[in-house]
Write a protein that binds this ligand. Structure first.
Ligand code: MG
Length: 173
């Protein structure tokens, strides 16, 4: 069985805080303000993962009202979403993301971000796509937006593989 998930997030830039996108810190004069580390890409990805298994949303697991998540590393959110995905019997096939922001340029960092996200999703780097656009005509010069889709597939059941193997052995005898 396959499932698709979609996630969206936005944060505004604020001066003199670290900019984290996809779990990677990018050199820039401003970062994304938020209750956690403001990682817009990992937040949209968390919602996409949870959405694919109809398991609610990031706010349900990590309420912004809970001081525990103040300044939290958003990798924690992805790890929890991946636990839910695995518990539901699925694994990630691929993820495709579009970032919308004026600056910095994402191109030079895309490989590092893809590698980091691929590690978190337990897939090859070739299964993670990061695209970036500037917010033309949207009056969003001070914001970063992320749209993410993920595809999940059922994880092979190790017991079923074992049973198949045993049946094959019997045929060979
Ligand atoms: Mg967010």
């Amino acid at each position: 069985m396959i499932r698709i998930g979609y996630g969206f997030d936005s944060h505004s830039f604020a001066p003199n805080i670290p900019l984290k996108i996809g779990g990677v810190e990018l050199p820039h004069h401003s970062g994304l303000a938020g209750h956690s580390d403001g990682d817009v890409l990992l937040h949209a990805l968390t919602d996409a993962l949870l959405g694919a298994i109809a398991a609610g949303d990031i706010g349900g697991y990590f309420p912004p009202s809970d001081p525990k998540w103040k300044g939290a590393d958003s990798v924690t959110f992805i790890e929890e979403a991946m636990r839910q995905v695995e518990k539901a019997g699925f694994r990630v096939v691929n993820a495709d993301a579009t970032l919308i922001l004026n600056a910095p340029k994402i191109g030079p960092h895309a490989f590092n971000i893809r590698a980091r996200v691929a590690g978190l999703l337990k897939v090859d780097i070739g299964a993670v796509s990061i695209k970036a656009k500037t917010p033309e005509g949207m009056n969003l010069e001070n914001a970063a937006l992320a749209h993410v889709v993920v595809l999940l597939e059922t994880r092979p059941d190790p017991e079923a593989i074992e049973r198949e193997w045993e049946a094959m052995q019997e045929l060979l005898v």
